[in-house]
Design a protein around this ligand. Structure first.
Ligand code: HSE
Length: 403
């Protein structure tokens, strides 16, 4: 009998992928013994023994045979309920639910520590790329300066199709949904929230600090316009949706999610389609780059498998930086250089720029490039919504790096 007996919650795109990868991995020593679904009669691409299916979470949580809960359901609140109940009962959990984790990590860390039980979630951030475990284990010191990258496959897929294949934004979004990359509510992808949730989780493991999602400036790609694409092409750059957490001083860091003009010399310039790419910068090694599929059934399932296998060796996160290092403070008191395209919105009277570097007006659209504090952007975020405005970051240097 397998050593790890899994109670699986969710049998959608990722759940079915897990079922497949466990069967492929001959040395997995793990078996799915129960699957909790909302609707057992729903037709599914993967054939499964119906006796495994249940609609009752309790049936799994009360089953003494289950020694690992794997949770990949598409509902953050239900996921929170299941994960918390499992951990409190002492059952270790593997989860891929970034929205749930980003909102509840402090409490879930506390429960892990008080109950001596593990919660692993490498699949929550960047699909198949092992970002979390590497940040936790390899970068287990305070020399890390920055983690920056493309964390959302769907928005990257859309931007690639629009930029490189001249497809329409709407057609590209539909394809991302059909290919199973997009969230059930794709506004999470295109408004930047999916990247935000992943960034919150990454920051816990990169710097040991939890910052609640609502405190972080987040701007997506939903209002991108032909004029922005034309501007980027003329400058020889691409627009990518970039999430970053970066040390800006000895004891301070900042983080935000926003579209960015990316020049061809940057690693993430060549990260296209549903791929993710993460650049890690540190004091002693300059930059390292991790690249891979960030979305989709099997890539995400392979990351879940890796966490399942880690449980064979009783692996758990120690939250080393949180527990043993002096952690830096979050600041929004930094200056960014941004591009703002607008038509009728009075951007200059809404935003207090420290300096305007460039501006352009025409009958069709206007843009300006200016320096502005992150705190000001956070304060005015709501006024920058709507189709009339698009904001993009123009990278500047922090801590003397040439990035
Ligand atoms: N919707 C997410 C993405 C799925 O497109 O990246 C993987 O987290």
């Amino acid at each position: 009998m397998a050593k790890i007996k899994i109670g699986l919650f969710g049998f959608g795109v990722v759940g079915q992928g897990i079922y497949q990868v466990i069967r492929k991995a001959k040395n997995a020593n793990a078996k799915i013994v129960r699957i909790c679904v909302r609707n057992p009669d729903k037709p599914r691409a993967v054939e499964v023994d119906r006796a495994l299916l249940t609609t009752s979470a309790d049936e799994i949580l009360d089953d003494p045979n289950v020694n690992l809960v794997v949770e990949v359901i598409d509902d953050a609140e239900a996921s929170y309920d299941i994960v918390k109940r499992a951990l409190i009962r002492g059952i270790p959990v593997v989860s891929g639910n970034k929205a749930m984790l980003a909102h509840h990590l402090p409490e879930l860390i506390e429960i892990q520590q008080s109950r001596h039980v593990a919660l692993l979630y490498d699949a929550s951030s960047c699909g198949s790329i092992p970002v979390i475990r590497n940040l936790e284990e390899y970068y287990d010191n305070d020399l890390l300066l920055e983690v920056k990258g493309i964390l959302n496959g769907s928005s990257n897929y859309i931007l690639s199709r629009v930029f490189d294949h001249q497809e329409s934004y709407a057609a590209a979004l539909k394809q991302a949904q059909e290919l199973g990359f997009a969230e059930s509510d794709p506004s999470f992808d295109i408004e930047g929230y999916d990247s935000l949730f992943k960034l919150v989780i990454i920051t816990v493991h990169a710097l040991g600090v939890y910052v609640a999602p609502e405190r972080i400036f987040t701007y997506g790609i939903s209002t991108i316009h032909e004029a922005d694409i034309r501007y980027a092409r003329e400058k020889g750059v691409k627009i990518k949706l970039v999430a970053q957490v970066v040390k800006v001083g000895e004891d301070s860091f900042t983080l935000f999610v926003m579209p960015e003009f990316v020049t061809p010399d940057k690693y993430i310039y060549s990260v296209d389609d549903e791929y993710n790419g993460v650049v890690i910068r540190g004091e002693c090694y300059d930059r390292q780059f991790m690249f891979g599929k960030g979305a989709g059934s099997l890539p995400t399932a392979s990351s879940i498998l890796s966490d399942i296998m880690a449980r064979l060796h009783d692996y758990r996160y120690e939250y080393k930086k949180r527990n043993y290092l002096r952690t830096p403070d979050y600041t929004t008191d930094i200056t960014l250089k941004i591009y703002v395209r607008y038509r009728t919105t009075d951007v200059r009277s809404i935003l207090r720029f420290e300096r305007i570097h460039e501006q352009y007006t025409s009958d069709e659209s206007n843009y300006l490039i200016g320096s502005i504090s992150l705190a000001e952007l956070i304060e005015k975020r709501q006024q920058l919504s709507g189709n009339d405005v698009f904001v993009a970051n123009i990278p500047i240097f922090f801590l003397g790096s040439d990035r």
